[in-house]
Structures are given as C-alpha cells and as structure tokens.
Ligand binder design. Structure first.
Ligand SMILES: NC(=O)c1ccc[n+]([C@@H]2O[C@H](COP(=O)([O-])OP(=O)(O)OC[C@H]3O[C@@H](n4cnc5c(N)ncnc54)[C@H](OP(=O)(O)O)[C@@H]3O)[C@@H](O)[C@H]2O)c1
Length: 209
C-alpha cells in the first residue's frame, strides 16, 4: 500500500519505519526535505521511502497520516483540502491551543479536521502512546492496545490492519465523536509519563473478562 505521512518527526518517523519494514511504500510529506528530522526518518525507513512537499506526497496515496504538531494542522489542511476519497489518519494531540482553530469544549482536533476535509474519511489512531513505544508494543507478555475511532467502517478496517502490522491490539472506540476521549487519553499518558515521573515506557491496556 502507498502511505503518505505528513510530518517526519517522532511519530511520523516511527510509523514510516515500521510500515516500510512491512513492505508499504512510504511518502513523507515535509516542508523542509533537508531538515534533520526528515533525514533521520528517511534513513530509518530505508531506501524505498521518499520525502516530497506536503501536497505532492498526499497525492501519492489513498491513506494520509497526519503527524504534525496541532499548531501546523491548518497549514497542512489548506494544502490538501481539495483532495477526494482519502483516508486521513489523525495522530495529532491538541496539547497547546491553536488560536487559528480554537477547540470548543466537547469537541476534538479530529472532528475539527473532519469538518474541513470533506473529501476525507477521518480516523483517529496512534495518538495514545509515545512514538518510541510503537517500535516495540509488547510490555513483557502484554500487548499494548491501539485505540481507533471514526465514522467510516471501511476506513477503520484499513487502519485496524495497519495497527495490527505494528503489533498493537486494535480497540474500536466507535465514531469520530469519541475522538475527544482518545485525545484526553493521550493527555493522561503525557501526565503519567512526564508529570508523575513514571517515564515514557508505558502504554494503555483495556482488560476484559
Ligand atoms: N511524540 C509522540 O510520542 C507522539 C505520540 C502520539 C501523538 N503525537 C502527536 O503527533 C504529532 C507530532 O508529534 P511529534 O512528537 O512527532 O512531533 P515532532 O517530532 O516535532 O515532529 C513534527 C514533524 O512535523 C513537521 N511539520 C511541522 N509543521 C509542518 C508543516 N506545516 N508541514 C509539514 N510538516 C510539518 C516537522 O517538520 P520540520 O522538520 O520541518 O520541523 C516535523 O517533522 C503531534 O500532534 C503530537 O501531539 C506524538
């Protein structure tokens, strides 16, 4: 599969490296092909991955992964807004406020993106654990969960398969209206890792019996 990843930093680079190793063609969408982050992500993803400017990269794939800081999202959305029939996998977390796109209580970054990208099916995924964890999602004998939500079942099925390829156990959290919950879960992850001093080698697991 062709996968375009907009943002070649921690999370974009980790996803690109893993999916390239599974045989997918990776197109990083970047604003600076010569930045240190772009060069590192390209070298880790191997010789089949390439970096292009954002719009050109997005045109190459039906699956576009959004992996930039929330503050950069309006600029990225502006460049891809006219595209049609794409899956947009939103990994962003609105940690800092974005004055251009204020988030009202009860909504989410993913829903704000979906409101503007009318030709896309938006799926929220890969935002609830640290990028370094993606490389190894086994915690002793326990498999980390990958929480996914979105309104289009076929698009969620594609993202579910991509989550399985990472080694995550996919957990369907329902429609995109629940993205707010996943963005809050990410805030809990950050609080536990960095403010409570547990460190970033943690992930969430839904227990069931
Ligand atoms: N890090 C994590 O563990 C983690 C986990 C889950 C979710 N997230 C979320 O994922 C997103 C990215 O986090 P990160 O830690 O990967 O950030 P990062 O390491 O700072 O990487 C961000 C990337 O986005 C690129 N970028 C910024 N503005 C851009 C624009 N306008 N057009 C194209 N590319 C642009 C940067 O490019 P330059 O090289 O040009 O600056 C950089 O490659 C955030 O929303 C974050 O909340 C992060």
């Amino acid at each position: 599969m062709n996968i375009s990843i907009i943002g070649a930093g921690n999370i974009g680079g980790s996803l690109g490296k893993i999916w390239a190793s599974k045989g997918h063609s990776i197109f990083f969408g970047v604003r600076n092909p010569n930045s240190e982050k772009t060069k590192k992500s390209l070298s880790e993803a191997g010789s089949t991955a390439i970096a292009l400017f954002v719009k050109e990269a997005a045109q190459r794939s039906d699956v576009i992964v959004l992996a930039t800081p929330w503050e950069s999202v309006p600029e990225v959305v502006f460049q891809i807004v006219d595209m049609k029939n794409k899956i947009l996998v939103d990994c962003t977390n609105p940690i800092r406020p974005n004055p251009d796109w204020p988030l009202a209580q009860g909504t989410s970054a993913a829903e704000e993106i979906a409101k503007r990208l009318l030709g896309f099916h938006v799926v929220k995924a890969f935002n609830t654990l640290g990028a370094a964890n993606l490389i190894d999602v086994q915690f002793n004998a326990v498999q980390a969960d990958g929480f996914i939500c979105g309104d289009d079942e076929a698009s969620k099925a594609v993202v579910t398969q991509l989550a399985k390829e990472i080694g995550l156990r996919p957990v369907d959290v329902g429609g995109l209206r629940n993205a707010e919950l996943l963005e809050s879960l990410a805030k809990l992850w950050i609080t536990l890792a960095y403010q409570q001093g547990i460190g970033p080698n943690i992930a969430f697991k839904l227990l069931q019996r």
